[in-house]
Design a protein around this ligand. Sequence first.
Ligand code: SF4
Ligand SMILES: [Zn+2]
Length: 302
Amino acid sequence: MMKTIAKIDNFESDAITPDDFSEGRLIKQTMSICPVCLEPAQASVFERHGQVWMDKTCPGHGQFSALLSSDIRHYYQALPQTGDGQSCCGSACGAPLGDAQAATWTNHSCNILIEITERCNLSCPTCFAGSTPQHSNQMSLREFTRQVDQLVAGGKSAADVIQLSGGEPTVHPQLLEMIDVLLDRGFLQVCINTNGIKLAQERFAQSLAERFEHNDASLFIYLQFDGFEDATYSRLRGRADLLRLKQKALKNCERLGINVHPVMTLTRDINEHEVGDFIQLGMNHPFLKKPGDTTCDVLGPL
Ligand code: SF4
Ligand SMILES: [Zn+2]
């Protein structure tokens, strides 16, 4: 079976060899994707030689290792802080399962995510959810309202942010009504995770912005933005013509005062070379932000 080791520019270490695969202290098991065929791949995260590595195996293309952190201390520093009872994990951290579930429910929630549809207007080969335009499962407005009311009854309307996700939430025909429910129940920061295709339509963007005109709530768009080249979108998203739509979405949001947080899915040998331009995008557009902190995210490596 072929073995590949991650190449990190300007990073040399005798400790990194292909023979290290699956060596070290197991931190967790998870799913990733194969960097060759982009299909889901079983992955394990290991600490070895003071670093953090993700080792993954594709049935068709062999084993791959990706360096997640060159210093184990940075890996743990980046994890959510716990222990004060007001954090996401808080007093649930380390508790027995039953106690942990109860404690988690009573802690302050930073980020609540509701998947309102399995449908999408793209069929990305990288999609973990397997969403496509053919999927028909979507949450009814009634079920959405029931879940939100349950959250409110549990004191969760004080969450830092509530995210609507999918699938592609903007294709849900009752998205606007769902936002109305959230605003009516007192949620102050609503985030929509989107590929941006519908936001490129001025009327749709306008109808979203109008919801937030006469209240204290804010809308944030978590915008999939993988780069600036057609080839990048062709390989990651299955369509080469997406950059124009994302730029149009950005323009509409800027004009309407909608906060945008662009997110790049960084993939080896596809869009690594576009990271600089992506960061520049955030620096050139001060309106790009999300609740709290940075102007853009890079996810990966895949
Ligand atoms: S845009 Fe997102 S939800 Fe839609 S297919 Fe792509 S990864 Fe999946
Ligand atoms: Zn593969």
